[in-house]
Design a protein around this ligand. Structure first.
Ligand code: GAP
Length: 470
């Protein structure tokens, strides 16, 4: 029997949200391509994020830095020395595993926080934690595996040309701190926001798009005066949570999780994650047709207090002064940083899961409906002529509406089938042009969630939709 996750992955493929990467060549493990509806959904989510955190604020500017950066960046940031996972190989089946994850899955994240490579190996051996693939308990020693992808630039391979694909977008912001302060009228407290790709050679990617090696982040580095961190940290926790809730994620599917002291990243002294209840778990009950969907909390966003770690490190490694002079008091200091770091792909996945609904209708038929918040729905309005004979006036309405909204015109199949298709795409409104339309200059607008149908005069249609799509 299919789990909820199986059904969502199947819907994503069937309806053009997310396809397996390089599929015609047999795929490339854990890579995914956003299809026509997936890219619209993801773009809408990124736009909603940019609108809330850049456009509607007075204390934020944007940036789009290069993925390839001077390799010194990653020495300064600490990634060369400490951005690694404990890698172990199963001696029997050769499966590669993350030692910390094996312990975390059995005993929780606290059991592994701050443990050395040696201690991780010992815990696994002592508790006979088995290989997830072959169930043997015979692993190689845990060794440190750096997660950064290395490549080389230029035509000559060799020393001096090695570069990394950035493992986080954050460092592009820190190295541009001075540029932004010198060129834009920003005053502390202010933030720099960026959306872009990041790459990590994850040992155990998986759970659909939850953990991949190429992914997108939506990050903010918010620069503050030292001493104001508690206040700003709390503000950012609240604003982050509100962003998810305002776009329709149920409150009971979200929680904060504070990092334990020895779980904190090398740059942070205070971190909270916002986690979402993902239906990733699977437990076989009585027989193979009875599968229980287990929910597991997974990180969507990390909010970290990074102190002045990054600016100080880059100042030290680059020899440039990365300070701020308060124009009122003339006080000079290195700003501290609160970093809200969202995963774009995980956020898309959470919105897909949150939107997924199976409903039994009054006539005992069932429907699958993706109840996206209208602001993120890939298609806002679908336009259907009731019959092919009405395609001319229907196309005219479509051509008018598509100037304002992402629309789709569909004249094939029964109206019922067209509704079902758009329910699965999550289109909030379907507009039907019928044989009365010409006479009464009105159309039928059907609401995705209530399935209620309203007659709306053509002259008012764009405004009616605009109002209801907020
Ligand atoms: N600059 C801080 C930073 O990168 P992080 O907790 O490592 O912090 C931030 O990453 C967010 O990026 C995570 O909350 C998660 O949503 C997303 N993320 C991290 N690794 C990922 C991966 N392998 N696949 C998909 N998303 C990932």
């Amino acid at each position: 029997m299919e789990t909820v996750m199986d059904k969502i992955v199947a819907l994503c493929k069937r309806r053009g949200f997310i396809f397996p990467g390089s599929e015609i060549y047999g795929g490339l493990a854990n890579t995914w391509d956003y299809g026509p509806y997936g890219v619209l959904l993801k773009n809408n989510i990124k736009l909603a994020w940019w609108k809330a955190f850049v456009q509607e604020r007075d204390d934020m500017v944007g940036l789009d830095a290069a993925i390839l950066m001077n390799p010194k960046t990653w020495e300064a940031s600490g990634h060369v020395a400490s951005f690694s996972d404990p890698l172990m190989d199963c001696k029997k089946c050769k499966e590669r595993v993350r030692g910390d994850k094996l312990i975390e899955e059995k005993f929780g994240v606290e059991a592994v926080a701050g443990k050395s490579l040696k201690e991780i190996g010992e815990i696994i051996e002592k508790n006979k934690i088995p290989c997830p693939k072959c169930k043997a308990c015979d692993f190689t020693e845990a060794r440190s595996f750096n997660l950064m992808f290395k490549t080389h630039q230029g035509v000559v391979e060799g020393e001096g040309s090695d570069v990394y694909l950035r493992p986080e977008t954050a460092q592009g912001i820190f190295v541009n701190f001075k540029n932004v302060v010198d060129t834009c009228r920003v005053r502390v407290p202010f933030g720099i926001a960026q959306i872009g790709k990041a790459f990590r050679n994850e040992i155990t990617p998986g759970n659909f798009t939850f953990r991949t090696r190429e992914f997108e982040q939506m990050e903010i580095e918010f620069f503050i005066k030292p001493g104001t961190e508690k206040e700003w940290f709390e503000k950012w926790c609240i604003e982050s949570m509100n962003w998810f809730v305002n776009l329709g994620i149920s409150k009971d599917k979200l929680r904060f999780r504070e990092h334990q002291k020895d779980e904190l990243s090398h740059y942070s002294t205070m971190t909270k994650d916002i986690e979402f209840k993902f239906p990733f778990g699977k437990a076989q009950k009585k027989d193979k047709f009875d599968v229980e969907n287990l929910e597991t909390w997974g990180e969507l966003e990390g909010i970290a207090y990074r102190g002045c770690f990054d600016l100080s490190q880059h100042a030290k490694f680059s020899g440039q002064k990365l300070e701020y002079r308060d124009p009122q008091t003339n006080e000079v200091y290195v700003p501290h940083v609160i970093e809200p770091s969202f995963g774009a792909d995980r956020t898309v996945l959470a919105f897909l899961i949150n939107a997924y609904n199976e409903e039994i209708l009054e006539n005992n038929e069932s429907r699958i409906v993706m109840k996206f918040h209208p602001r993120i729905a890939p298609i806002k309005v679908a336009i259907f002529p009731l019959s092919n004979k009405l395609s001319e006036p229907a196309r005219k309405i479509y051509n008018d509406l598509k100037k304002y909204f992402m629309c789709e015109y569909d004249e094939s199949g029964s109206i019922g089938k067209r509704y079902r298709r758009h329910d699965e795409i999550g289109t909030p409104y379907c507009v039907t042009i019928d044989f009365e339309t010409e006479a009464d200059q009105s159309v039928t607008v059907r609401d995705r969630d209530s399935m209620q149908q309203d007659r709306v005069p053509l002259a008012q249609l764009p405004d009616w939709l605009l109002q209801n799509l907020q």
